[in-house]
Each structure stands twice: as structure tokens, then as C-alpha cells.
Design a binder for this molecule. Structure first.
Ligand code: BJW
Length: 257
């Protein structure tokens, strides 16, 4: 029998767990923004960028070696992000926040689409590519001289400017990381949405939550098998599964909290 891909099956016990949860932590990755037309991080880059591996561009070493190349890659991605709008997956999480006594949305994404869709409490673990900072001083820079330099230079120290994102080998911002760890430790339900789960320390958050007794749900187009309760997997797109999860938990659209 063919499965009906437009009506995903949400296990009834998960709907109940969500409805009764007091503290929910959600971790999102590039998969949630895929339905807004943004390529995921590890997905083949298109056009000019197809010849590069993203893992080889998102490092301080790559920037030192070829700052123009790395700046231009982010300039291309910044344009994609500027044209993108939040999708139903982002909107479902914004709606979930209004129903939850306490919800922490932790994102690895640098596109700002959660905030754009109305989520109020968003922890950005890997920065935001809409912001720019000085490679030398590590301080955010709001404006710079409109010259032909690529990348442009810091108006204070003359150093090179770079996107305010966290590259491989760099420390995550301290306060967001502390808050994310705390949310994972204290939640009773942890949702991991659209992330390959290979990049640390974010990848460890769901297991930290599970170790502390939380129910953990992985939602992904591709999820590995072999998990046992309290870890559940739901195979499918975030844009399909998240609204269905909310609908299963609140079938009558109960008033928001
Ligand atoms: C859908 C879908 C749909 C598609 N619906 N699903 C422990 C062990 C081993 C290594 C390490 C370790 N601890 C630290 C490391 C090193 C390193 C690391 O993790 N390496 C591993 C890769 C091996 N970590 C670091 O370096 C971190 N720093 C650190 O730990 O510092 C410590 C330190 C201490 C003292 C001094 C100095 C340092 C930093 C990590 C920073 C990661 N940054 C990036 C780039 C950000 C900027 C940018 O975007 O360019 O963040 S890398 C990249 O990966 C990006 C993403 O946020 C992150 C995660 O990717 P994500 O979101 O999972 O995307 P994809 O593409 O991988 O997956 C998409 C998924 O969606 C897929 O699964 C699809 O199936 C799915 N999907 N459509 C649902 N519609």
C-alpha cells in the first residue's frame, strides 16, 4: 500500500507528550529552511559554488588563505537569505512557542528566518550571516566605507571584515551555548529538526536531554533507524511534520497560553 505523504502519522503518545510538556527545547538545522528555498549546508552548492565543499570554506584558515573567495560565498548566500521567507515549519515553531509554558528554540542556522516568522526566544549557536564583524577585533561592525575592496575593511582598525558566523575550530558564543546546554538539561521534550547532527557541540544536545530523562524526537527527511524510546524519529519534511504534530497535539486549536 502506498503511504499518504500529505498526512504524516504522528504517534498518539507523542502528541500527548507535547500537549503535556512543561519545558520544550527545539534544535533546528538547515533542513528547516530548505523549504524556504535555501540550500542546506552539506547539499551541493549550485553554479559557481558547486566546485567547493562548504566544509572547506567555513573555516578561519580558508578566510586567511582566500578572503575574497570566502566573502563572495557568503555574499551569494546573503542574497539568497534576503529573498527567502519563513515557511510553514518555521511558522509551526513560532505557534508552538505561544502554547508552551517554556520553550527554547536553539538554531544552528544563520539565516534569521525563525525571528522573521515570529519566534521570540531564539538562541543562535552559529551566529547570523546578516551581521558582519572584524576578523582582527572580533567585534560587530555596522557600517564601512563603500570601496571596491572585497572583503571590505574595518573602519576602526583596517582589518578584514567577515560574516558574524561561527566557523569550524572557532568557539561558540558563550552565553548562547550556556543557555542551550541548560535548556537541553532541563527540558522534558527535545525536538531536533532538520539537522544532520554531525557538528558539535550542537549534535550532543539531544543526547544530553535524553540522558536527563527527556523524550527526544528527530524530524528529518532521512533519519537513521535503531532508536528506542525515549528517542523517536519521524521521517519527513519539517514543513509537513511540524504542523501535523501541532494539529495532533491540539486538534481543536485550543487557546494559546
Ligand atoms: C530536512 C529537510 C526538510 C533537508 N525537512 N529535514 C567533537 C567531536 C568531533 C569534532 C568536534 C567535536 N567538538 C568540536 C569538534 C569540531 C567541530 C565539529 O563538530 N566537527 C565535526 C564536523 C566533525 N566543531 C567545531 O569546530 C565547533 N567549535 C567548537 O567546538 O569549538 C571548540 C573550541 C574550544 C576552544 C577553542 C576553540 C574552539 C564550531 C562549529 C561551527 C559550525 N559552523 C557551521 C558554519 C556556520 C556558518 C555557515 O553557515 O556558513 O554551521 S558548519 C555547518 O554545520 C553550519 C551548520 O549550522 C552546521 C550544521 O549543519 P546542519 O544544519 O545539520 O545542515 P546539514 O546540511 O548538514 O544537514 C541538513 C539536514 O536537513 C540533513 O540531515 C537533511 O536530511 C535534512 N533535511 N531538508 C527536514 N525539508
Amino acid at each position: 500500500m502506498e503511504s499518504d505523504t500529505t498526512r504524516p502519522t504522528i504517534p498518539p503518545n507523542l502528541a500527548e507528550t507535547l500537549r503535556n510538556a512543561r519545558r520544550v527545547a527545539v534544535l533546528t538545522g538547515a533542513g528547516i529552511s530548505a523549504e524556504s528555498g535555501l540550500p542546506t549546508f552539506r547539499e551541493a552548492q549550485t553554479g559557481l559554488w558547486a566546485q567547493y565543499r562548504p566544509e572547506d570554506l567555513a573555516t578561519p584558515e580558508a578566510f586567511r588563505r582566500d578572503p575574497r573567495l570566502v566573502w563572495e560565498w557568503y555574499a551569494w548566500r546573503r542574497e539568497l537569505v534576503a529573498r527567502a521567507v519563513p515557511n510553514v515549519g518555521h511558522q509551526a515553531l513560532a505557534a508552538l512557542e505561544t502554547r508552551m509554558p517554556e520553550m527554547t528554540l536553539i538554531t544552528q542556522n544563520v539565516d534569521g528566518l525563525h525571528q522573521q516568522s515570529g519566534s521570540r526566544r531564539v538562541i543562535e549557536l552559529h551566529g547570523n550571516l546578516r551581521r558582519t564583524k572584524c576578523f582582527e577585533e572580533n567585534a560587530v561592525v555596522e557600517s564601512w566605507l563603500d570601496t571596491d575592496d572585497v572583503p571590505p575593511c574595518c573602519p576602526r582598525c583596517g582589518g578584514l571584515l567577515r560574516p558574524d558566523v561561527v566557523w569550524f575550530g572557532e568557539r561558540l558564543p558563550e552565553q548562547p551555548l550556556v543557555e542551550a546546554l541548560q535548556a537541553a538539561r532541563e527540558c522534558d521534550l527535545f525536538l531536533s529538526i532538520g539537522t544532520s547532527g554531525v557538528v558539535e557541540p550542537a549534535a550532543s544536545l539531544p543526547y544530553l536531554a535524553a540522558d536527563r530523562g527527556a523524550t527526544v524526537v528527530f524530524v528529518n527527511l532521512e533519519v537513521p533507524t535503531g532508536y528506542a524510546p525515549p528517542i523517536y524519529t519521524i521521517n519527513g519534511s519539517a514543513g509537513l511534520i511540524l504542523p501535523a504534530l501541532l494539529q495532533a497535539a491540539w486538534p481543536c486549536g485550543e487557546p494559546t497560553g
